[in-house]
Design a protein around this ligand. Sequence first.
Ligand code: HEC
Ligand code: HEC
Ligand code: HEC
Ligand code: HEC
Ligand code: HEC
Ligand code: HEC
Ligand code: HEC
Length: 264
Amino acid sequence: MLSPVKRFVAWRRWPQALVMLGGSLLAAGLISCGTVERAVVAPPGIPGATYVGSKACEECHEQITRGFATAAHARLLAPGPNAKEMGCESCHGPGSKHAESGDRLTILNPKKSPDLCFQCHLDKRGEFNLPHSHPVLAGRIACSDCHDPHQGALMAKAGLFAQGGNALCLNCHAAQHGPFVFEHEALRDGCTTCHRPHGSVNAKLLTQRNQTLCLKCHFQQQQSGGQLLIGGMDHTSFVRQGTCWSGGCHEAVHGSQVNSSLRY
Ligand code: HEC
Ligand code: HEC
Ligand code: HEC
Ligand code: HEC
Ligand code: HEC
Ligand code: HEC
Ligand code: HEC
């Protein structure tokens, strides 16, 4: 749980709410979610409004509500004597006023801003602040480009996260899309075998910055000292020259049209 001071700071990071709703956010009656053990869980507030539960949204937002039962956020609970499941409202704020009026100014729409997600997923703010990251903080791509907030037991956008997420990633990264004459079987395990989806200390969002990235699959028992056998060939002098994918070696790491050793 956050101290009141830290909570206030967390609220201040949410300018939309301040501008749109005005008034005292601290008076909004903060609650936290019972199912969570993370350090920060402060759902948004709307002055004067109370939590009514996801069922109240059904009447007017039938389509969104229909798929919601499968979403991870549908299971969040507010503690306390009047606890209701707070699914929709964990992101859109307490909905009593809006459910009466249908007025869009009485409900929050996080749209492109990741700030709301960071309220509960504080560690993700850190990941997107790493030296190399998907440009979410710059507003060029949104959490909801990869995660559907409204449905899915799977973590990322429905359907696109099949095959370890390749389809999701290839949606935006056409250059890595095959078919290749010489495919690299590593891609069958998914893009996230080698890339972090959010951010990394390593360039190109890589999970490791050197040959350990490749050796986790290409390691082989060494027969004699002073040699580094990879694929049956002594690589001792090669690995001194740089990474496996630089220095004129296996640059076509996602697959090659010309060379079985993954060169251009
Ligand atoms: C009485 C009908 C009604 C109910 C009940 C209702 N809504 Fe709405 N909602 C609307 C209408 C109408 C709009 C579109 C308003 C507009 O475009 O001006 C809307 C828009 C929204 C928006 C988009 C706001 C924006 O800035 O564009 C969100 C988010 C939303 N509703 C969430 C909810 C949630 C969460 C609940 C349940 C707590 C809920 N609604 C219950 C009628 C309703
Ligand atoms: C995990 C957070 C989260 C939860 C939970 C959530 N939403 Fe949303 N909702 C969002 C985000 C993010 C957007 C903006 C999506 C976008 O357009 O990129 C949004 C947009 C909307 C909109 C506007 C859609 C539009 O086309 O403009 C409505 C209406 C809405 N949500 C209703 C609901 C209802 C009803 C529920 C519960 C059944 C719900 N939301 C649960 C995050 C959430
Ligand atoms: C009120 C707090 C809260 C907010 C706001 C919130 N989340 Fe979550 N989220 C959670 C909790 C708690 C879980 C873990 C649920 C579980 O393990 O069952 C979770 C789980 C997730 C997961 C993993 C789902 C899975 O299948 O394991 C993703 C992805 C996610 N959230 C993305 C988002 C995004 C994107 C937003 C903003 C649109 C957001 N969350 C807003 C509390 C929140
Ligand atoms: C480029 C696509 C992409 C974007 C943008 C993205 N995610 Fe993710 N996220 C993923 C993928 C893929 C995974 C699954 C990681 C894995 O299985 O190794 C994931 C996993 C998660 C998880 C659950 C596992 C974990 O690491 O805790 C949460 C929570 C989450 N993301 C939240 C967010 C939030 C919040 C944002 C926006 C601030 C966001 N994500 C933006 C692709 C993305
Ligand atoms: C919604 C579109 C979108 C999706 C989906 C997406 N990306 Fe990206 N990706 C981007 C953008 C935009 C950049 C930043 C490119 C730039 O700065 O020029 C980027 C950058 C990258 C980079 C770094 C490129 C560089 O030159 O440094 C890698 C690696 C990457 N993405 C891998 C992935 C992986 C793996 C996935 C799936 C988990 C994924 N992307 C999903 C849009 C996307
Ligand atoms: C076997 C490990 C591996 C897998 C699996 C992998 N990549 Fe990469 N990827 C790399 C390496 C290594 C680089 C860095 C290449 C460089 O710096 O020249 C890279 C670079 C990138 C870049 C930056 C553009 C570039 O060529 O420099 C993007 C975008 C990218 N990968 C997307 C993807 C996508 C999408 C997938 C899944 C379809 C994927 N990667 C799977 C290892 C991998
Ligand atoms: C997830 C496991 C995995 C990772 C990680 C991986 N590979 Fe592979 N790679 C394979 C498999 C499987 C094959 C096909 C079987 C074989 O030839 O060993 C292959 C084949 C290759 C080949 C073709 C060998 C030939 O001539 O037939 C090269 C070159 C290669 N990988 C380079 C790399 C490089 C460079 C990296 C690091 C960027 C890497 N691999 C990371 C699994 C992986």
